[in-house]
Design a protein around this ligand. Structure first.
Ligand code: SF4
Ligand code: SF4
Length: 179
């Protein structure tokens, strides 16, 4: 398979500096609202600040890949003598919890690094975080060209489960006729 240059975008998280202000969640949900900035609902955010005020915990976690099934193993973490519940730091949208799911449709949410046209200088959550918790980094890597039809299949399957095949087919035909 051919190799291509790919820009790898990452956000480094310096969790010790996080004070749980949730500005990152607010801006992410507003940026991804339809239309853009028309609403603020942190439940739609692709970054969630894992919070436990009594234990003094604030850890920002980014939404990762959708998982169709629950994983077989669960992990408990003990960090500096504080025990964290199972799944606490998991990035997946999966059947066992409601985190990283669009509240109305149940569709999985995934961080897209604020892809936009024209591009943002930095992802919005990075810009909104005034405590330098979120640090944006870019690098180039040679990677194999990747075709992922399964991503499209996953999205379509979820829409079929929610709306039924007929309604989805009618909508696709309507969109195709407009185009
Ligand atoms: S904006 Fe920064 S400090 Fe505030 S919750 Fe998000 S990561 Fe933490
Ligand atoms: S990079 Fe963009 S999409 Fe990802 S969590 Fe931050 S604001 Fe949301």
């Amino acid at each position: 398979m051919a190799k291509i240059k790919k820009k790898i975008k990452t956000i480094r998280v310096d969790a010790d500096k996080c004070n749980g202000c949730r500005a990152c969640e607010i801006i992410c949900s507003a940026f991804h609202a339809e239309p853009k900035y028309s609403s603020v609902n942190p439940a739609r955010s692709r970054i969630q600040v894992i919070t436990h005020r009594l234990r003094d915990i604030w850890v920002p976690v980014f939404a990762g890949e959708y998982a169709e099934a629950e994983c077989l193993g669960r992990n408990k973490y003990v960090i500096e003598e504080k025990e964290y519940d199972e799944c606490t730091f998991c990035r997946a949208s999966c059947p066992s919890r409601n985190l990283f799911k669009e509240p109305d449709s149940g569709l999985p949410l995934k961080c897209d690094m604020c892809e936009d046209e024209p591009p943002q200088e930095e992802p919005l959550c990075v810009q909104a975080c005034l405590n330098d918790v979120l640090i944006y980094e870019e690098r180039e890597e040679d990677v194999e060209e990747e075709v992922r039809p399964e991503d499209l299949e996953t999205g379509l399957k979820l829409l079929v489960d929610k709306y039924g095949p007929q309604k989805l087919t009618d909508t696709l035909i309507r969109i195709a006729q407009k185009g």
